[in-house]
Design a protein around this ligand. Structure first.
Ligand code: ARG
Length: 286
C-alpha cells in the first residue's frame, strides 16, 4: 500500500520571488564626518574602498537574483547619499520626495528628486520632514510609517493623501533604531519581522494586533541590523550576524542571504538603507 500523503507533516510555505527594481547610490564619497545617530563616531576611521566592495557585492546579489538596479550619481560632500532608502518613497510610480531632518543631509532630498524628475516620475516635493523609505515601509495592504526621531508625524497624513493608501503611524523610542527600517522589515505581502522594544507600548500593541504571525527579532539581531533587510518575497538579504533571524526565516520558508556591510554600519546603515525600491504604477513601462 502506498503511504498516505494526507498525514504528511506541515511543510514550510513556498515563497515566491517577484522581480524588483531598485535604486542605489555608490558609496564613492562615503565617510563618517558627523554624528546624527548613536552608531556614528567621526573619530573612528572608515575605509571607503571596503565600503565600495561591500556595496558592489550587495548590488551583484540583486542582479544575480534577477532584479534591476538603477544607479544615481553620488555627490561630493554628501557622505550619507549611499543610503538610497532615505532618498524618497515610491509607491505606484508616484514619488514623495524626502525632506531630511538634519542639515548635513538636506541637499540629498533635491538630489534624489531631480533624478526622479529626469526619469519621468510623477513627483511631489514633500511639505513635511520625512526620510523616505527609512521611515515608510510598504506592505500589500498599507504603509507602515515611523516617527519619533526623523520623520515628522504630519508627513504620515501627507503620504496617506498622496499615495491614497492607509498609513499606520508607529512611534520609535530607542535612538539606536532611529528609522523604521532599522526595527522592522516587510518580507512579503503582509508578513513582517520586527523588534518590539524599539516601539512605544501603543505601537507594540498595534503591531501585535495587525501582525499576529510576525517574526520577532531579539535585541542582538536587531543591534547587528538584521532587520535592515531587503526581501523579494523569497530571498531575504540581511546582515550575516543576525543568526537568530536567519534561522527563523528558513523555518518560515524564506531563503535568507547573509551580507557583510560592516563599513556602512559605521554610519548606522545596512542592506535596506542602501536600497530604494522603485514600485511601478499600473501600466508603467519602467
Ligand atoms: N547616517 C545615516 C543617518 O543617520 C544612516 C541612514 C541609514 N538609512 C536607513 N534607511 N536607515 O541618517
Amino acid at each position: 500500500m502506498l503511504p498516505s500523503t494526507s498525514a504528511a507533516p506541515a511543510t514550510r510555505p513556498v515563497r515566491v520571488a517577484r522581480p524588483r527594481r531598485y535604486l542605489m547610490c555608490p558609496p564613492a564619497h562615503f565617510d563618517v564626518t558627523y554624528s546624527i545617530n548613536p552608531w556614528m563616531h567621526p573619530e573612528k576611521p572608515t575605509d571607503q574602498s571596503l565600503a565600495m566592495v561591500q556595496w558592489e557585492r550587495l548590488r551583484s546579489l540583486y542582479l544575480g537574483l534577477g532584479h534591476q538596479v538603477e544607479q544615481i550619481p553620488p555627490r561630493g560632500g554628501l557622505p550619507d547619499m549611499v543610503f538610497a532608502a532615505n532618498g524618497a518613497t515610491v509607491v505606484d510610480g508616484r514619488v514623495l520626495s524626502a525632506k531630511f531632518r538634519h542639515a548635513q543631509r538636506q541637499p540629498e532630498g533635491p538630489a534624489y528628486l531631480e533624478w526622479f524628475r529626469e526619469h519621468g516620475y510623477l513627483t511631489r516635493d514633500a511639505y513635511h520632514v520625512n526620510e523616505g523609505e527609512g521611515d515608510y515601509l510598504v506592505t500589500s495592504s498599507r504603509i507602515l510609517a515611523g516617527t519619533g526621531f526623523r520623520t515628522d508625524v504630519r508627513s504620515h497624513t501627507e503620504a496617506a493623501e498622496f499615495f491614497r493608501r492607509e498609513v499606520i503611524s508607529l512611534s520609535l523610542v530607542d535612538p539606536r533604531f532611529y528609522h523604521l527600517d532599522t526595527a522592522l522589515a516587510v518580507l512579503d505581502g503582509d508578513t513582517i519581522m520586527y523588534f518590539p522594544a524599539a516601539f512605544s507600548a501603543d505601537s507594540q500593541a498595534t503591531l501585535a494586533r495587525l501582525y499576529p504571525d510576525a517574526i520577532l527579532a531579539d535585541e542582538h539581531d536587531a543591534a547587528v541590523f538584521g532587520l535592515n533587510a531587503v526581501s523579494d518575497g523569497r530571498h531575504v538579504l540581511l546582515a550575516e550576524q543576525a543568526t537568530g533571524l536567519i534561522d527563523q526565516l528558513w523555518a518560515r520558508g524564506f531563503v535568507p542571504i547573509g551580507v557583510d556591510l560592516s563599513e556602512l554600519m559605521k554610519s548606522g546603515g545596512s542592506a535596506k538603507c542602501c536600497t530604494l525600491e522603485l514600485r511601478p504604477g499600473p501600466g508603467a513601462v519602467k
